[in-house]
Design a protein around this ligand. Structure first.
Ligand code: CP
Length: 310
């Protein structure tokens, strides 16, 4: 697709060629994201950053990406600080913010909120996570991280571990990986396995290698181990969360069975699922992954706002 002036709401908005375009542009952005080069491709533009759920990485990396390109940012971090607290609808709030900026980045607790925002906004809307739905910019930075580490995505053995039911990052990532013929292994407690509709799509594409609850059985076959947090905030019943909290913990003992070049990714934040001793091993890629949010979001903003990098 031509990204110019378009929304980025879900994986359904993207083809393999679109993803490859953003990954290539992201690579060009790295020296600018590091501050080694300066380019004000989006000088005079304004980004509206609306985060109605907590965020460290997505919110700040969008801000950093915008500033690195000379784009101004206006932001809201809490619904209680907007007129939503007085009863204004999300649709009217979006119409207002739309009038004050050139692109809206929205994180919202409800699945479908970004699609609603895109429907009422004239300017493009970027989904920064909607409930247990989609997180397409995270998916793009995840693919960028894998490609940088492995050289190519095609045919990789990727293991997704943890909360595959509520984790929006893995929902989006699993579907994107099918475009690259990746072999996916899904590791989760039975109650937190990937939703059936996504599993069905993985099977249709011939990308589902295995579903299990045992990481020890599959770690030695993995090129990439993608770990996720059990999403406590999405459990309707806290007692159900307690049953599965701390099910998995990646530590150096477990990693003895892993390939030397296996990388560990995590969208972060982590709780207990990766021991801090893993951080200093060559497997750990999650902090690099979080940095990669800057060049990838720079590429997305440039593509959508039409910033020229010459
Ligand atoms: N990965 C991610 O979405 O992190 P934040 O919730 O901190 O934005």
């Amino acid at each position: 697709m031509d990204f110019y002036d378009k929304d980025l709401v879900s994986i359904r908005d993207l083809s393999r060629e679109d993803i490859e375009y953003i990954l290539d542009l992201s690579k060009q952005m790295v020296p600018y994201a590091l501050g080694e080069k300066v380019h004000r491709a989006l000088d005079g533009r304004i980004l509206g950053n609306l985060f109605f759920e907590p965020s460290t990485r997505t919110k700040l990396s969008f801000e950093s990406a915008a500033h690195r390109l000379g784009c101004d940012v206006i932001d809201v971090s809490e619904m209680s600080m907007t007129s939503i607290a007085k009863g204004e609808t999300l649709a009217d709030t979006i119409r207002m913010v739309d009038a004050y900026c050139d692109v809206i980045v929205l994180r919202h607790p409800y699945e479908g909120a970004a699609r609603l925002a895109a429907d009422v906004s004239i300017n493009p809307v970027i989904n920064a996570g909607d409930g247990a739905g989609s997180h397409p910019t995270q998916m793009l930075l995840d693919l960028f991280t894998m490609k940088e580490a492995k050289g190519s995505l095609d045919g990789l053995n990727v293991t997704l571990l943890g909360d595959l039911k509520y984790g929006r990052t893995v929902h989006t990532l699993a579907q994107a990986l099918t475009m690259f013929g990746v072999n996916l292994t899904l590791v989760a407690p039975e109650s937190l396995q990937m939703p059936d509709d996504i599993v069905g799509r993985l099977k249709e594409k011939g990308c589902l290698k295995k579903q299990t609850d045992n990481i020890e059985d599959v770690i030695s076959d993995s090129d990439v181990l993608y770990v996720t947090r059990i999403q406590r905030e999405r459990f309707p019943d806290p007692a159900e969360y307690q049953k599965v909290a701390d099910t998995y913990r990646i530590d150096n003992n477990l990693l003895r069975s892993a390939r030397d070049d296996m990388i560990i990714m995590h969208p972060l934040p982590r709780v207990n699922e990766i021991a801090t001793e893993v951080d200093s091993t060559p497997h750990a890629r999650y902090f690099q992954q979080a940095f990669n949010g800057v060049p990838v979001r720079m590429a997305i903003l440039c593509a959508i706002l039409g910033g020229e990098m010459q």
